[in-house]
Design a protein around this ligand. Structure first.
Ligand SMILES: Nc1ncnc2c1ncn2[C@@H]1O[C@H](COP(=O)(O)OP(=O)(O)O)[C@@H](O)[C@H]1O
Ligand SMILES: N[C@@H](CCC(=O)OP(=O)(O)O)C(=O)O
Length: 273
């Protein structure tokens, strides 16, 4: 017992211990951030900020945000086709500061502060890098800064090739041992395959068998900006499931999608362990 505890006990003073906040890792895909248009939606980023502000007494957020390539495509036309990997890397380099500017401006209006972290897949296999990521994020969060993470597309190409920001997000969730991993995409979670084909999509609401869930995924279907499709989201959930972290796949296009999922007001896929 330290000095302060002794004094408190002798004087029968009860100190309220601060409530431990739950940590949510929120992955935002390009489709969510563009609302499936050809430009980043400031309105969507504000919607996300408002929800984080509303939840900030109980939850702390770490964000993995795609969108660097999408934002650059809005106003840059590099010489060669945007489908070449090196051109996409250059687009990501141009788009990333713009993406962060939009986050910074929109979040600041809501009293939220941000920091940027760029990570590479290799970081997760290097013990020093792992510890450095944990340390940086912890200091940011402790000081009420929201870390906004993206892949470092200059040194690695997994995200822009395979949509592996889902994988990066899952690895980060496991590394930071978060309480909940939310993947925002453009569907109300994973639909039963037959119901997509019948054009009456029905969400698989609760699942733990990911091999079964994979069978429901249509592997060739990807949307406007998306790179990984639903397959990479289910693979990401395999990583978090092993780490005993619950994963939610929610529709980020809806307003208030985080609040509505937490309050069970919308359909989404909940993957438990
Ligand atoms: N069973 C399924 N349920 C829902 N979406 C599916 C399913 N199978 C494939 N998909 C496709 O996965 C897409 C989401 O992945 P993606 O386009 O990479 O989005 P994001 O940019 O959000 O990462 C959906 O728009 C849909 O076309
Ligand atoms: N680093 C890239 C990520 C690309 C990516 O994974 O996109 P998505 O499938 O929309 O999550 C970018 O910011 O554009």
């Amino acid at each position: 017992m330290d000095k302060l505890d002794k004094i408190l006990e002798q004087n029968n003073i009860q100190m309220e211990t601060p409530k431990k906040k739950k940590r949510i890792l929120l992955k935002l895909g390009s489709n969510t951030l563009t609302k499936e248009t050809d430009h980043i939606s400031r309105g969507k980023i504000e919607d996300i900020g408002r929800q984080i502000a509303a939840l900030k007494d109980d939850y702390e957020f770490v964000i993995i945000s795609s969108g660097a390539v999408a934002v650059a495509k809005q106003f840059v036309n590099l010489e060669r086709s945007g489908e070449n990997i090196d051109v996409k890397q250059a687009l990501a380099s141009i788009g990333q500061p713009h993406l962060m500017r939009i986050f910074q401006e929109s979040f600041r209006e809501l009293g939220l502060l941000i920091g940027q972290c760029l990570l590479s897949p290799n970081d997760f296999s290097n013990e020093d890098s792992r510890q450095n990521i944990i340390n940086t994020v912890n200091v940011l969060v402790k000081n009420d800064y929201i870390p906004i993470i993206n892949e470092n597309d200059t040194s690695s190409t997994d995200a822009i090739k395979f949509g592996d920001n889902d994988n990066l997000a899952a690895q980060t969730a496991a590394l930071l041992d978060v309480d909940l991993f939310i993947i925002a995409t453009n569907t109300h979670g994973v639909y039963k395959k037959g119901t997509i084909e019948a054009k009456t999509p029905e969400t698989i609401r609760k699942v733990s068998d990911l091999a079964e869930l994979k069978k429901e995924v249509m592997s060739e279907t990807k949307s406007t900006h998306g790179t990984g499709g639903m397959e990479s989201k289910v693979s990401a959930a395999e990583i978090t499931q092993k780490a005993k972290i619950e994963t939610w796949i929610v529709n980020g296009l809806d307003d208030n999608f985080i609040l509505n999922a937490i309050n069970d007001k919308v359909h989404f896929t909940r993957i438990h362990h």
